[in-house]
Structure formats: structure tokens, C-alpha cells
Design a protein around this ligand. Structure first.
Ligand code: AMP
Length: 123
């Protein structure tokens, strides 16, 4: 994966309002919206407003305020969605081995149903 942020990625376009999204929540640090191809009853993506490629980039380069703002918001979003009580999964794919498709850091929130055990690693 390139180390330069691609400002033409689809989530950058959503942040700029060039492409619509089904918005769940927004504040100064994050935007959250429903995944276009949901993989569970509730499947929401939480993205930072800053230009970060992946979890690896975000965890190294984001300010303390951005880190706190992001994770506080992600927890609140899950509670507001009503999935925190029964439980949910928060997942971030970084890089090629994880099949990250969109090079703007995003946290998947899966919930609203039993999710089974952790992901299966191909043999
Ligand atoms: P990842 O494989 O972790 O990069 O996941 C990218 C996710 O973005 C996938 O679950 C896609 O379904 C989702 N996605 C791609 N384009 C859009 C879009 N325009 N609006 C909402 N979700 C999207």
C-alpha cells in the first residue's frame, strides 16, 4: 500500500460531499454512515475527518484529540444504534493482508444479530 493519501478515494469524496452517504452521525472528528453492502443487520462505518490511510496511519499520526474524538464517538455511535447492549464487533482492516479496499481509515461496527466467532483465516 502506498504511503501517500489518495484524496480521490471514495470516503474522501463522501467527506467532501461529492458522493452521498446514509449518514448516522457527524461531529468535528468523525463521520459515520451505513455500509453500502451490509454484512450484518447493522453495519456502520466510522471514519475520521482527517486524511488517514488506515488504522496504522491513524494510530501513528493522529493527534491525541483526534484519537480521543474518534474512539469516543465510535462507542457513542454503537450505543446510539442500540447495538451495545447485546454486543457488537468493531473491526478495522489495514493493508493488503486484511483486504483493505478503501484507503481512508474506517472502523466497521457490526451488530444487531449474533455474529459468530472471530473471522476465519484462509488455510
Ligand atoms: P474495507 O474492506 O475494510 O476497506 O471495507 C470497505 C467497506 O466500504 C466495504 O464494506 C464496502 O461495502 C464499503 N463501501 C464502499 N463504498 C461505499 C460507499 N459509497 N458507501 C458506503 N460504504 C461503502
Amino acid at each position: 500500500m502506498s504511503s501517500a493519501y489518495d484524496d480521490q478515494n471514495i470516503f474522501a469524496k463522501i467527506l467532501r460531499g461529492e458522493i452521498p452517504c446514509n449518514k448516522v452521525y457527524e461531529d468535528e472528528f468523525v463521520l459515520a454512515f451505513h455500509d453500502i453492502q451490509p454484512q450484518s443487520k447493522v453495519h456502520v462505518l466510522v471514519i475520521p475527518k482527517g486524511a488517514y490511510i488506515s488504522f496504522d496511519d491513524f494510530s501513528q499520526e493522529a493527534s491525541d484529540a483526534e484519537l480521543a474524538g474518534f474512539f469516543r464517538a465510535a462507542g457513542k455511535i454503537a450505543r446510539d444504534l442500540g447495538i451495545a447492549g447485546e454486543g457488537y464487533r468493531a473491526l478495522a482492516n489495514h493493508g493488503v493482508n486484511a483486504n483493505q479496499e478503501v484507503p481512508h481509515f474506517h472502523l466497521h461496527l457490526f451488530g444487531g444479530q449474533p455474529l459468530g466467532r472471530m473471522i476465519k483465516v484462509p488455510g
